[in-house]
Structure formats: structure tokens, C-alpha cells
Design a protein around this ligand. Structure first.
Ligand SMILES: Cc1ncc(COP(=O)(O)O)c(C=O)c1O
Length: 501
């Protein structure tokens, strides 16, 4: 039995502590030095130490994957193939029917590629259905490359919007019968964490001969996502994209798992080394091999291997177990935040009614999201994100009643500026390493802010829409300066005559 099949329960606890940066400390505005509470995993997760160690070990054998014969070349080619294999295994995709390719530094690059590929596959079908909750990365590429985009409505209304409404999707498929090329939908939202029934969506889309692209950027690190939930062919996802930097492997590429038939024979967007059979002065022939034909040039080998190792480590723990641990924390956060007077959570807040992953966006009554995020950072050492999270239409739909209540004249010249501080939210998002005390710190910070809003407001001034503390300054270069870090590494080298580390 392979080691990951045993799903040792202790592995999760070990893994949760294996992240450089869990003990990072900063001096706060009140002079205290405390541990950072990292609640910004939906943007980028921290690095899984053991996965990083695999990439570091590979450095001893580092070579280019386009070399093939020497020992190191053989090793790196094996490692690169292993990384691709880990991706397919993670979603249980059959390697005979699916391929995995890496591109760019997140899922934006594979999404642009897929939009172009699918548009050339069936140019006669020029409608793409995109859910209202999508990140711009799973919206704009389809607008730009694939034709007319129609939004798929969500269940519910305003602040309590839920998942994609299957009945509304079916109506759209019927309305555009024969025109819909594909449906593009997030497995889980980066704003609310709300989960879409992607396999039901696939079955519906396939009944209308439409394909399905799933943006799994917010799902893969947090919950299982098999390519088909039941094994039934009509419930199989046609393409799944993800960002390695949200999967505990910073510096790794974006990736896509794609049905081979969709890519086969399709002219690559990028051409160069490593993806041709031969080149003559008059012509060139692209290899038929996948994923090679989708990966022109020297690949991000170390990133891919780090990502492959992170996926493998997660599989050894078992994604059901990872999911269950996160749900315990999420439910506590939702339950407690719901009872705080003045806190408003966005998206249907009942996880039994609208399942969600570890992402909670909220606002505090009468306080701008920028002020809340600044105070949480400066006084509580809590790293959260604020704004519209690159999902402007969704955030505006969730905020609709509040923005309307501002009663601004949209034709007035300064309406946009007046709207800006209120058009957004604060987002707390969880990762494998999130502990009860991080949730506790957030709740303490929220209660503190609501208890003395005027005190905090007086401490800040607004510069170009951002909240700046009037007296406390913590410039980035004073916290970490790459040049000083290099100075120290070189000094160590001078002193010992040996390479650092
Ligand atoms: C759901 C979702 N899709 C797409 C993206 C874009 O990812 P990247 O910037 O890594 O390409 C993000 C990033 O936040 C996301 O959360």
C-alpha cells in the first residue's frame, strides 16, 4: 500500500506546524511585539516546509529539463514528470484521457489559454456562461477571447447570495441552446468561500453539449475535488485550473487539468524550445505530445516540483481530513461573528444551507473596510485583505443594499470617490496552519474596533483612499530588506568560507 493511502491522522497536526512564518513577529502601533496572525490564505498560502525541502534538495541535481542524457538531466526530467503526475492524481484524473500543464504564475495564464483553445474549437458557438461570483481571472479571458459572456445568477439576493442557481443555469442553457460553448464557474468563491455544485453543473452543461471549466483556485487546498464525483462520465469536469501559490507552494506555476481531446491538434499560443519535432528554415512541426506542446520554453521546474510535493503531502493526510479541520474553525468563526452586533457577513451565512470553505468577508457598521483592515494589522497583528478581491460585479451585488443606502447621485462628479471607501469588504481566510487562537485574535480585534470606533478613526488619515496611521510607521524595508538579507548571507559566506544553509 502506498504511504499516502494510510491517511495517518497525526500527519495533519505535523503538517499544520510545518510552515516558515508561523512565528513571524512584528512591532505594533502600541509598541507590543506579537506574533502575526496570517488570515490571508485566499490571496496566497504560506509555504509548506516539507514541499519546499524537496525543491531545495533537487537543487543539488539542478539542470535544464531540455537536456536529457546526463545524470542530472535524467533526474530533473523524472522530477518534472512526477510533478505533473501528482496534479492528475490529486483530482483522480485518468492520465490516458486528461493531461496537466503548467503555465504562468497562477491560474490566470491557463484560463486565458483555455478561453482561446475552446473558442477555436467551436467558433460557431460564441456564448460563454460565467457565474456572477467569478474572480476577474475567470471572467475577462472569456470576454476577450471566447465571445459573448452571459452571467449565471446565484441563488438568493443581496448580502445573502448563495451558490450558482442550477434552475437559472438551465434556463440560460435553454435560452442559448446550440450557442453555448462552455460554462466557466468557480469551485468556491474567493469572496465568500461559497461552494458551487460543480458536478451537477457539469451534468447540466453536458446535456446541452456545453463544456465546463472549473476554477478550483480556492478549493484544491481546502477540500477534495475529484474530476467526477460519482465516476459517471457526464459529471466529469472538462478542465480544472488552479494557482500553485494558493496550494502551499509559493513560486510555483499555475496549472490546468484538461481533457486531452480539447487540446489535441490545437495550435499552441506560445512556441519555442521543447515543444517541436523539428524546425526548418521554411517551417516547423509542433510535437503531438501533451503536455509538452503546451509548455514552450524552459519550465519552472523547482516550482512545479514544490507544488507536486505539496499535493502529495496533502494526499497523504487526506483531503477529507483537511476539509473537516478547516470546517471546525470556519463554523466557529461564522457562529461567533454572527452574534457580534454591528458585524455583517456576506454570502448566505448558514454553512448547512450554503456550504462554504474557509473564507469569510465582512464589514463592521459605520467603519470603512480600509480602516478595519488597517487597525486589525496595526493593533492586532492580523493580516487580512480588504477591497473587492478582483470580483467587482459579485462584491457590488453583495453590497447592493448598503451602496444604495448611501443615496449618491451616480452622475455627480465625485460620486465614485465618495463610494470607494464603502465599496468593499474585509476578508479573513483560513489555511492548514490556522489555529483557534488566530480566530480568537480576529474576534477580539473586531470587538475592540466596534467598542471604540472614534478612537481608532482619529488615529488615521486617508491618503488616496488608503488609511494611514498618523504617527506609527512601519516601512517595509525596516521589516525586511532583501539587500540586508543578502549582506548577511555574504558575511556568513566570508566568515565560514562555506555557502550559507
Ligand atoms: C477564485 C480565483 N480565481 C482566480 C484567481 C487568480 O489567480 P492568480 O492571480 O493566481 O492567477 C484567484 C486569485 O485570487 C482566485 O481566488
Amino acid at each position: 500500500m502506498p504511504p499516502h493511502a494510510t491517511h495517518d491522522p497525526r500527519r495533519l497536526d505535523l503538517l499544520r506546524r510545518d510552515f516558515p512564518g508561523l512565528d513571524t513577529r512584528y512591532r505594533l502601533a502600541d509598541g507590543r511585539v506579537t506574533r502575526r496572525h496570517y488570515l490571508d490564505s485566499a490571496a496566497s498560502t504560506l509555504a509548506l516546509g516539507c514541499a519546499r525541502a524537496v525543491a531545495d534538495k533537487l537543487l543539488r541535481h539542478y539542470a535544464n529539463t531540455h537536456s536529457t542524457l546526463h545524470f542530472s538531466a535524467r533526474i530533473v526530467n523524472h522530477a518534472d514528470a512526477w510533478a505533473h503526475e501528482q496534479v492528475l492524481k490529486f483530482v483522480r484524473a485518468d492520465p490516458d484521457r486528461y493531461t496537466a500543464f503548467f503555465a504562468g504564475s497562477g491560474c490566470t495564464a491557463p484560463l486565458n489559454r483555455l478561453a482561446r483553445v475552446l473558442a477555436t474549437r467551436r467558433p460557431e458557438r460564441n456564448v460563454v456562461l460565467v457565474s456572477l461570483m467569478e474572480h476577474h481571472a475567470n471572467d475577462l479571458p472569456h470576454r476577450k477571447h471566447a465571445g459573448k459572456v452571459a452571467p449565471i445568477p446565484l441563488a438568493g439576493e443581496g448580502p445573502t447570495l448563495g451558490a450558482v442557481d442550477p434552475a437559472a443555469l438551465e434556463r440560460l442553457l435553454d435560452q442559448h441552446r446550440g450557442q453555448v460553448n462552455y460554462v466557466a464557474v468557480a469551485a468556491a468563491s474567493n469572496v465568500t468561500g461559497i461552494v458551487n455544485p460543480v458536478h451537477d453543473i457539469a451534468a447540466l452543461a453536458h446535456a446541452y453539449d456545453a463544456w465546463v471549466i472549473v476554477d478550483a483556485s480556492q478549493q484544491l487546498a481546502h477540500a477534495p475535488l475529484p474530476i467526477s464525483d460519482t465516476g459517471a462520465a457526464d459529471r466529469e469536469l472538462d478542465a480544472v485550473v488552479f494557482s500553485g501559490h494558493k496550494l502551499y507552494a509559493p513560486g510555483s506555476p499555475g496549472g490546468a487539468i484538461v481533457r486531452r481531446t480539447l487540446l489535441e491538434g490545437c495550435e499552441p499560443d506560445e512556441v519555442g524550445g521543447g515543444m517541436v519535432e523539428d524546425v526548418w528554415l521554411s517551417d516547423y512541426r509542433v510535437t503531438a505530445r501533451l503536455p509538452d506542446r503546451e509548455e514552450a520554453g524552459t519550465p519552472n521546474l523547482l516550482g512545479a516540483v514544490q507544488l507536486g510535493a505539496a499535493l502529495n503531502a496533502l494526499r497523504r493526510v487526506g483531503m477529507e481530513r483537511v476539509h473537516a479541520a478547516e470546517q471546525t474553525l470556519l463554523r466557529r468563526l461564522l457562529a461567533e461573528l454572527t452574534t457580534v452586533p454591528g458585524a455583517r457577513i456576506y454570502g448566505d451565512p448558514d454553512p448547512d444551507h450554503a456550504p462554504r470553505l474557509g473564507v469569510v468577508s465582512f464589514n463592521l457598521a459605520g467603519l470603512e473596510h480600509g480602516l478595519v483592515a488597517a487597525v486589525l494589522n496595526d493593533y492586532h497583528n492580523i493580516a487580512v485583505r480588504n477591497g473587492c478581491f478582483c470580483a467587482h460585479p459579485y462584491v457590488r451585488a453583495l453590497l447592493k443594499p448598503e451602496l444604495w443606502a448611501l443615496d449618491l447621485d451616480p452622475d455627480a462628479g465625485d460620486a465614485m470617490a465618495a463610494l470607494k471607501p464603502w465599496q468593499g469588504m474585509v476578508r479573513a481566510s483560513l489555511g492548514l496552519y490556522t489555529m483557534d487562537e488566530d480566530i480568537e485574535a480576529l474576534l477580539t480585534g473586531v470587538r475592540d474596533l466596534l467598542a471604540r470606533p472614534d478612537h481608532y478613526r482619529a488615529l488615521y488619515t486617508v491618503v488616496a483612499g488608503d488609511f494611514h496611521h498618523r504617527t506609527f510607521h512601519a516601512p517595509a524595508e525596516a521589516l525586511f530588506d532583501p539587500e540586508r538579507a543578502l549582506d548577511r548571507a555574504l558575511a556568513r559566506l566570508n566568515a565560514t568560507g562555506a555557502a550559507p544553509g
